[in-house]
Ligand binder design. Structure first.
Ligand code: BDP
Length: 716
């Protein structure tokens, strides 16, 4: 009996330990094992002097205290004045000791309102480390960045760091429904427990805010873009207010999605016409009601006249009318409207990729100052690879914000290890040529090109109530990396992977080097085994799980994979060149020329822009058919490589996460083969050619793959 209890106890303890490791994300603050370094840190961190007593500054102090304690097993004293040497001094400019404030006053010129300074200073001839910012939240960001120096084993000898976020709105978009299901969510249910709010504050809300603040995310849209008007009723606003109160000290503003027809659905009006005075008044009153509860409410995110959502076009008005009407409602309170450009119409089957540009580009310069147009990274829909969205090069007089998808709707859900910052970086680095060479997407969205004040990056969240937040332990890196790139769109994704690995797992070089390699290659792997050479949107219908290049029976043409790959006897690919839909003309002439010409079009985007014959000679000398088949195989091989790398990491990683990732990689390997076989068997019907040497023969038939059905695939 006793031994059974003991076993149970051990089980409980060990399973909560599993939860803890995974749960703690990149904020593990593991003991520093390098003894020389640890003792050096200890000698320099002999106490904390904290100026200021706001909620935010209390959090900053606590983070420093516990972070240092966990990493160095040394509880630093929290002191009320600066005595002796080697203290960490924290506080915003306004509350700092006046002597220190004066001595570093010119450093404040280097940062913006949310920036921070970490600097080794002399105070009364003694060395200390100062962490400061213009605002309290800057101090908090500084603290997390300082802790990251320790987590990644960096020197803290002579520090002189001044850093600021390059964009204003760094925001997660939660596609969370009020019933707690998450559209395209693969990590459980929504974190927001609406039923228990506002009175029950789940510790997870705090941990969520903390994780976001640690990478500089400063906004969250709580609700799905396919919006429910009920969130705007007092019953729910009270709950939203409770969340806003939790997030505020972490520098995070709350935003909501606005259902355009809300004035009818919850307001009792007959219309939602943006030009109707009652409608605009209804929104003005609604905004006032929200701001009364939540003075720092961020504003609204709107999906209008897209995929069946209501919008201004229902009343013969346009996007500008709709966005500006809402903008006027929130402007007295400092709110913004994030108006999405993700539109495509059932009345125009010509080329979906052209539609957002066609609809939005003519509105350039017509939106109010507090409107920012939110554009997906590519012109179709969050595919494993897309060329950058042409709108980024075409609306110089309109603030544009980036929308990335962090949740892996089209990239294997939360079972595939795909390191997305690599994809994000590819887009951010793309040259739009808007104002000549070097006008990258990053420069468009950080405002450095157009000098716009309103800038932002949104990420469609991959977070749910799974113990490990994101379903796959490595999907945590996508949340982390999104935050880091939102802070600075010019950061390098490999550096971010390095940081994340050290903070999340281990500083051992023998672990970091291969695993970083594995993360970097994972993005190309998924492109190869799903959609090589510019193929896109050939996922199975509705849920988008697994391959479905054969799907052709959906009511709207552009919902069918066959619309996108256009495979026939002559070849494969979507001709978007001048000879085809002329989508290439939506890019600046320098880019248009490159994409338009089969010879100069990058091969990675080949079938995105061209319909190419099966015998077309690729740069490596292979025919397109052979090259494509070999790419599918390469993707499978790359997953095998990833498995081999991971299998050697056992001694660096806790047993639970090791095993978890190992099992997930096994699924990924199985599914990569599924993708390869299903796609090649299907396309082979058109090419009529044998598989080249080096490509494994499928074991199943095409009919088998076509028969697979997943009625309960998650996120749908
Ligand atoms: C598509 C998703 C759909 C979203 C839509 C959007 O399949 O669930 O509602 O994007 O971004 O990719 O609005």
């Amino acid at each position: 009996m006793i031994s059974l209890r003991l076993i149970l106890l051990v089980f409980i303890i060990s399973s909560s330990a599993i939860a803890q490791k995974d749960y703690k994300l990149w904020l593990q603050f593991d003991r520093i094992t390098d003894t020389r370094l640890a003792s050096e840190y200890r000698s320099r961190l002999q106490g904390i002097v904290s100026f200021g007593n706001s909620e935010t500054s209390k959090i900053a102090t606590k983070e420093l205290e516990t972070g240092i304690f966990n990493m160095l097993e040394n509880k630093p004293d929290v002191l009320s004045e600066i005595k002796g040497e080697n203290k960490i001094i924290i506080g915003s400019r306004a509350v700092l000791n006046s002597e220190i404030q004066k001595s570093i006053s010119s450093d404040f010129d280097k940062i913006n309102e949310e920036g921070f300074i970490i600097k080794t200073i002399l105070f009364k001839n003694k060395k200390h480390i100062l962490i400061t910012g213009k605002k309290e939240v800057g101090v908090l960001y500084g603290v997390y960045n300082f802790l990251r120096l320790l987590q990644t084993n960096k020197s803290i000898q002579d520090l002189n760091i001044a850093d600021s976020p390059k964009t204003n709105i760094r925001i997660l978009n939660h596609w969370d429904n009020l019933d707690r299901t998450v559209e395209r969510g693969y990590a459980g249910f929504s974190l927001w427990n609406w039923q228990k709010l506002p009175d029950f504050i789940d510790q997870r809300y705090i941990d969520y805010a903390r994780a976001n603040a640690s990478v500089g995310i400063n906004g969250t849209v709580l609700t799905n873009v396919n919006a429910n008007a009920l969130i705007l009723t007092p019953q729910y606003l009270e709950k939203v207010e409770a969340l806003a109160n939790v997030f505020r000290p972490y520098g995070i503003k709350v935003y909501l999605t606005a259902r355009f027809s809300a004035p009818i659905e919850i307001g009792g009006l007959k219309t939602a016409d943006p030009k109707d005075a009652d409608v605009s008044n209804w929104w003005k009153n609604k905004a006032a009601e929200i701001y009364k509860r939540i003075p720092d409410f961020g504003g609204f995110l709107v999906k209008a006249n897209s995929e069946g959502q209501p919008g201004p076009q229902n009343y013969g008005r346009d996007h500008v009318d709709g966005a500006n009407m809402l903008a006027d409602a929130v402007v007295p309170f400092g709110g913004v409207i994030m108006w999405r450009a993700f539109v495509y119409s059932e009345h125009d089957a010509n080329d979906r990729a052209k539609q957002a540009y066609a609809e939005f580009q003519p509105y350039d310069g017509k939106f109010r100052d507090n409107v920012i147009v939110q554009v997906k990274n590519g012109a179709i829909d969050f595919q494993p690879r897309e060329p950058f969205h042409p709108l980024f090069g075409a609306m110089p007089r309109t603030p544009l914000m980036m929308e990335f998808q962090i949740t892996q709707e089209y990239l294997g859900f939360s079972t595939h290890l795909v390191y997305l910052p690599k994809l994000y970086q590819e887009i951010l680095e793309s040259d739009t040529y808007q104002k000549g060479k070097g006008t990258t997407v990053a420069k468009v969205i950080d405002g450095s090109l157009t000098k716009t004040k309103l800038t932002g990056i949104a990420g469609v969240s991959n977070i749910g109530n799974d113990l490990n937040w994101t379903g796959h332990p490595f999907a945590q890196a996508n949340w982390y990396g999104f935050g880091r790139l939102a802070w600075n769109p010019n950061l390098d994704s490999e550096t971010i992977a390095d940081e994340w690995l050290r903070c999340t797992f281990s500083n051992q070089e023998n672990f970091i080097k291969p695993v970083k390699e594995m993360m970097i290659q994972s993005r190309e792997a998924v492109v190869n085994y799903m959609t090589p050479y510019g193929l896109h949107h050939i996922m199975d219908t509705g849920h988008h799980y697994g391959p479905g290049p054969w799907v052709s029976n959906l009511s709207r043409p552009e919902w069918n994979p066959v619309y996108y790959h256009k495979a026939d006897k002559n070849g494969i690919g979507f001709d978007r060149s001048k000879k085809g839909t002329n989508a290439t003309a939506q890019y600046a002439p320098e880019i248009e020329k490159i994409f338009d010409n089969l010879e100069t079009c990058p091969e990675k985007d080949l079938l995105w822009f061209h319909h190419v014959s099966w015998d077309y000679k690729l740069k490596n000398g292979q025919t397109l058919w052979n090259g494509m088949a070999l790419k599918y195989q390469e993707g499978v091989n790359q997953v095998k490589d990833m498995q081999n790398i991971w299998n050697k990491t056992e001694k660096y990683v806790d047993a639970d996460r090791f095993r978890e990732v190992q099992m997930l990689l096994e699924i990924q390997y199985k599914e990569a083969k599924w993708w390869r076989d299903a796609c090649l068997l299907y396309f082979q019907q058109f090419s009529g050619k044998e598989l080249p040497k080096g490509v494994e023969k499928p074991i199943e038939t095409l009919e088998y793959f076509q028969s697979l059905k997943f009625p309960f695939a998650p996120g749908n």
